[in-house]
Design a protein around this ligand. Structure first.
Ligand code: GYE
Length: 311
């Protein structure tokens, strides 16, 4: 009888909740780190994680959420690739009484359709990046090119807005070209090549603002292949704080980045634990930090500190 009791107790402990995670894909080093940290923390907390990689397609995310609902998971994590088109499937999760937690991006659905959203203030990130450039350039004429994130995603919309807020009133800084690089290195390089060609081989470009570090790293490659010096001929400012950007900064090839923690799962799992325990309703937005790093902030040391963190 004692042995049976021990087994059932263990079974109860091992039971743990099941969480479905609809991840966008692995378009950037930052996203790969977010996935790694989510899997590690689920394991540490005794949660069973059903992971789905949507290859950056919304229809795949919606299908994954529907399969999680059919499985009767205890919660759903969703990093929404774009901001629109979620009402129906979020309503289905609500009717199934499955709490949904948004990670790192926002949706335009009403906030009664999700338990909480964990992420940074994306407009503020753009403002921090823009302010750094305004302060660095002073009253010099500066033609700026912009690599936007995934079209229709909340970071692409908000980081553009924030950067423009910071440049308002400083007419010597002008965004002369702006196009999506879909948050990837490859497309960041490709689009930057077209910007360089269109701007007198890059000689007319004073600065690049990239909505994430991966596009900046791709663009840095293109700037070097055009025979120019990234970080001096063309200033480079971006967002995420991934190790490779700190590496570029240590080499003088990038100037500034706004850090985005890849650990969105920690606050998400904490909120879910409280909700599962006694129905505690968290705030609808759990905001993470946005810290500016420049070449003055020991980039080589920051590279060392980050390179093991799941990137
Ligand atoms: O900046 C980028 C990833 O959603 C804020 O998505 C996140 C962004 C991040 O592709 O690297």
């Amino acid at each position: 009888a004692a042995a049976a009791l021990a087994i059932s107790a263990t079974a109860a402990l091992a039971e743990g909740e099941t969480v479905g995670f609809s991840q966008i894909g692995s378009e950037s080093g930052w996203r790969a780190a977010e996935t790694t940290l989510t899997k590690t923390q689920a394991e540490e907390r005794g949660l069973k994680l059903q992971f789905s990689d949507a290859q950056q397609k919304q229809e795949n995310q919606i299908a994954a959420i529907r399969s999680f609902i059919a499985q009767g998971v205890d919660a759903i994590l969703l990093a929404p690739v774009v901001a629109t088109g979620w009402d129906a499937v979020l309503q289905e999760a609500k009717e199934a009484e499955i709490p949904v937690v948004l990670l790192d991006r926002q949706v335009d659905s009403s906030d009664d359709l999700y338990l909480t959203a964990v992420g940074s203030n994306l407009v503020h990130e753009g403002e921090v990046a823009g302010k750094w450039l305004v302060d660095s350039v002073g009253d010099k004429e500066c033609r700026v090119v912009e690599l936007q994130g995934t079209t229709g995603s909340s970071p692409a919309i908000d980081r553009k807005k924030g950067f423009e807020n910071a440049l308002a009133g400083h007419d010597n800084l002008k965004i002369v070209r702006s196009q999506t690089g879909d948050f990837t290195r490859a497309q960041g390089k490709e689009v930057m090549e077209s910007f360089l060609q269109a701007e007198n081989g890059g000689k007319d470009i004073c600065a690049l603002y990239a909505h994430n570090d991966d596009m900046a790293v791709g663009a840095i490659q293109a700037i070097k292949e055009a025979g120019l010096k990234p970080g001096t001929d063309i200033l480079v400012v971006s967002i995420d704080g991934v190790p490779d950007l700190f590496q570029a900064m240590a080499n003088g090839e990038a100037n500034a980045t706004v850090e985005l923690t890849p650990n969105m799962a920690g606050p998400a799992f904490d909120a879910l634990a409280a909700y599962w325990k006694d129905g505690t309703q968290p705030a609808k937005f759990l905001q993470t930090e946005s810290k500016l790093y420049t070449q003055a902030d020991d980039p080589a040391g920051e590279y060392e500190r980050r390179k093991g963190l799941g990137y």
